[in-house]
Design a protein. Structure first.
Length: 149
């Protein structure tokens, strides 16, 4: 976790700003919802155009993409469940900050933040690969010519 995030978590007296962490997790949830929608779009794109693929190598690439997208979707759902639980616990700490002196919880928060950052990197990398392979398949299958007919 970077120093900016750590400084946001604690004020000058060393008390954790639970409400700010709660808002941050709300942003994470929103991001994960966006990625879920994007994954749905990519699946739809593959499903719609897979019928036009004639070459076995291209079909195998698409199957690999689908497998990767499925794994990313599973990871996204697991992260969302973990995030919902974490945010619920944060809500309790916002309501009762006096009883919220749990250093392990902050470590868990940092770990969750790292997991989400890693997921975003993985997602972006995979999305780029999907578009590169899609472009390659469109060119190699001559799909623009088929679709114009």
């Amino acid at each position: 976790m970077d120093n900016d995030t750590k400084s946001k978590q604690q004020n000058n007296m060393g008390e954790v700003k639970w409400q700010e962490l709660y808002i941050l997790t709300d942003h994470w949830k929103s991001d994960l919802d966006f990625y879920k929608d994007d994954l749905r779009f990519l699946h739809h794109l593959i499903d719609k155009y897979i019928i036009w693929i004639t070459k076995d190598d291209n079909l195998n690439m698409v199957k690999d993409i689908e497998k990767n997208l499925f794994e990313i979707k599973k990871e996204s759902l697991a992260l969302m469940n973990e995030l919902i639980t974490h945010q619920g616990n944060l809500g309790l700490m916002v309501e009762n900050p006096v009883q919220s002196s749990n250093p392990q919880f902050l470590k868990d928060h940092e770990t969750l933040e790292e997991k989400i950052a890693n997921f975003v990197k993985l997602f972006r990398s995979n999305r780029k690969e999907v578009f590169n392979i899609t472009e390659y398949i469109i060119d190699s299958e001559e799909l623009p010519n088929i679709l114009k007919s």
